[in-house]
Design a protein around this ligand. Sequence first.
Ligand code: ADP
Ligand code: MG
Length: 383
Amino acid sequence: MNTDFGNSYFMTLINGYLKEIPTNVVEINKDKAEDYFVNPITDKSKFISNMMISTEVNGEERYFIVGKLAEREMFKNEHIRTLHDKVESIIPYVMFLASIAEFQIARTEENREGQSEEYHVTVDYFQTMLPVWLLRKASKFSDMLNEMAARFQGNHIVQVKTPGLERSIHIEVQQSKCRIEGEVARWGLKKDLSLEDNPVADLFQKVVTVIVDIGGGTVDIVVLPPGLDSPRSKDSLTTLTDVAYLKYLEKFREHKLLEHFSDVRELEDFIVRNIGRTEMAKKDPITQQVTELKEPISEMLEGYAATLLKKLEGEIRDLVKSEYKFLYIGGVSEVLREAMRDVVGKKYGEETFEKQHIFVENARQMNLIGLEVISLSETGDFE
Ligand code: ADP
Ligand code: MG
């Protein structure tokens, strides 16, 4: 089981089976939990959008709603403000329990009559990651990585409370590892999921690689020696501050598009759904009036790309002393490519963009794919 506890989305690969769940966790009390649902959920595939679980924490049973169901309970812009400390926060732990419950429910053939409502799941090998900005707070990276890994090692019990699907699941994690976000992505670039060499790695054989991981709330940078080799020191891992994409997006919404989008999540979704189209039409749900938004959105993305480029260049000045290429990963890089092409093209010419700014496929999942490559090679469990 490999997991990415992203601030925006939780992504997990269990036996190579990918699930994405929006990172929303809301704690509720027992009374509210008991009459939360109007009707029981009988279709197993509906669990993912109706997740309610409980678990015992320090002797007390605590109840949570998770994922899509929790969205309406949250303040809509909350996810852009606080980056949770994944070592301290209960959010990753609850997401972990919920995703195993989802896997167990989806994958188990069951005959509820006469069968026990207690199930067991054994995780042979669990891996997750911590981001660079958080690791930099620890005096030793390895202490914090071990502390995070230890949270998942061993035995856990989760109760599924969604009516119609109730059960108790005993989880045993036999081996748990925590690695460095951004850094593990290099494995997803070196190898594919059959552990064959990935042709994209050829671009980085002779040059320094600057991995730029653009998430919703942070931009992390990892500088790798030629050949996508392991970073030389802690200084090769840094975080850019003041360029958080969702904050930039929220400012833009407040200034320019307030009448079209009531919160930043809606604007973020609109961009993801429409990026790459020649038109970006927004229909007002009440008046049915259609407004074309391609121009202001492209302008905004170019503004963000220009700011980011400047920051990146400043940040690597001391770290990179030879020929290098930028390699973009993370969800935002999937919407930023054309804006970056324009910005770099205007500043240095189109050829520089093609040669030096590399955008890869599966950018959003690259860290997770890196973990998958590691676990496949360590467990020998692949075809
Ligand atoms: P984090 O690591 O902070 O959770 P991600 O790397 O998942 O963030 O990036 C989140 C961003 O990815 C969103 O703000 C959105 O703009 C962008 N994005 C691009 N493609 C998608 C997609 N298919 N679904 C959701 N978000 C996407
Ligand atoms: Mg991320």
